[in-house]
Design a protein. Structure first.
Length: 410
């Protein structure tokens, strides 16, 4: 019987195979270390502006919640870097302990922060609501709510001037003072505070170019159930739908008996796709609401919201009783078309602007004003001497009083 001879494997063959395996493993380890090193280098570069913003937030936050979030970022972000450095050290126990403690403390602070975040639900029987329809939803865990809206806007008042040449020292100081005043008052109102913020929709629009349609704030003052209230649809300006806007409108609503509905459209670029739909959605909502008077719907816009007013008025000219422009971006080509002029011959328009507005020059507004008047449209205007682009906040009592009287007479 023939047997297959067993060929002994030489030690040299084993050594060669083992050497090849070790070389392959060494190459794999090198590639992994290289990828991790590049990733961590990019992470550290990205971390620099985040740390600067967190430091500014910690220094200037007005709320405990804002400071908690800043501390969580400052403590938690370096943890991955420390773990990475530890991989190169022989004695790594100390740095691993620090990294672990830092990360766990950050998680704990974020947990407390989340606990303090509003649930986004209106209080029972409250006059004010935050309404989500379509694909929109309240994002309690978003940074827009982990950092209170007040602190976000204060932080923006320090950051935006570095990117916007029109935000000079006067504008910056004025805006910051009014943010503190308006939100300081609003913090005393649990009905407003429990609504949370929708500035996450602004960030989605700014960074992902996605402006969702569906959210709006609503304020309906106390009134007899049988009485239908006139309503102002308010379109926000650039950088989003701040609750502070609704707080300013609340005074007018309470004193003059008007409902306020304020739709959200990302960063306020109403002329982009979806802007007209957002306006139409709330207009239809108001026209069907049992407490709102469909024959007295007014469309108002602040700053870039002026574009939205032009678009909404052109799209449904017979649906609105009047238009209100506050420090507006005006689109004469939208207003001066034949269909618009025909529809608005007998309807009132109110225009409010500051003479010291360096963002939308008063000469530009006055030129548009004259063009509208020449066509026979009844336009009332008021120019506030020395007031800047932020007059809706800085002289809010005067502005609301002027709007309230105009609404009452029209």
């Amino acid at each position: 019987m023939n047997e297959t001879p067993v060929v002994p494997v030489s030690r040299g063959g084993v050594s060669l195979r083992s050497g090849l395996n070790q070389a392959g493993m060494a190459k794999t380890r090198f590639v992994l270390r290289f990828v991790v090193s590049v990733t961590m280098t990019l992470y550290i570069i990205f971390l620099v502006p985040i740390y600067i913003l967190a430091g500014l937030l910690l220094a200037h936050a007005e709320t405990c919640q804002g400071r908690l979030f800043a501390m969580a970022v400052i403590l938690g972000c370096p943890a991955p870097v420390m773990f990475w450095i530890a991989s190169y050290l022989r004695r790594k126990r100390g740095i691993l302990t620090v990294a672990l403690a830092s990360g766990m403390t950050a998680v704990l602070l974020l947990g407390i922060d989340y606990y303090l975040t509003p649930e986004g639900l209106p209080m029972k029987g409250a006059e004010v609501r935050s309404c989500f329809t379509g694909t929109t939803a309240y994002q309690r865990s978003s940074m827009a709510n982990l950092v209170p809206e007040m602190d976000q806007l204060v932080l923006a008042s320090y950051v935006i001037p570095t990117m916007d040449r029109l935000m000079d020292e006067r504008n910056t100081m004025e805006l910051r003072a009014q943010i503190l005043a308006v939100y300081g008052e609003m913090r005393c109102s649990p009905k407003f505070e429990c609504l949370g913020s929708v500035l996450n929709q602004t960030y989605q629009d700014l960074f992902l170019r996605h402006a969702a349609v569906g959210h709006f704030y609503e304020y309906i003052p106390d009134a007899p159930a049988s009485r239908r209230l006139p309503v102002v649809i308010f379109l926000h300006g650039s950088l989003g739908n701040f609750r502070g806007y609704l707080w300013v409108w609340k005074r007018l609503a309470d004193e003059y008996g008007f409902a306020i509905v304020a739709p959200t459209f990302g960063a306020g670029n109403w002329d982009e796709s979806g802007g007209g739909d957002a306006i139409e959605q709330v207009r239809r909502y108001c026209s069907l609401h049992p407490q709102m008077d469909a024959s007295r719907i007014y469309l108002a816009g602040l700053s870039n919201g002026g574009r939205g007013v032009c678009i909404g008025a052109r799209r449904a000219p017979n649906a609105y009783r009047g238009l209100i422009f506050i420090s507006p971006v005006l689109e004469p080509e939208e207003l001066l078309t034949a269909p618009f002029v025909s529809a608005w011959k007998d309807k009132p328009i109110l225009l409010l602007h500051g003479t010291a507005d360096n963002r939308i020059p008063v000469d530009y507004i006055k030129e548009a004003e004259q063009s509208i008047r020449r066509l026979g449209i009844p336009l009332e205007s008021q120019f506030y001497e020395g007031q800047t682009h932020f007059l809706f906040f800085t002289i809010r009592d005067q502005v609301c009083g002027r709007i309230g009287n105009w609404l009452r007479n029209n």
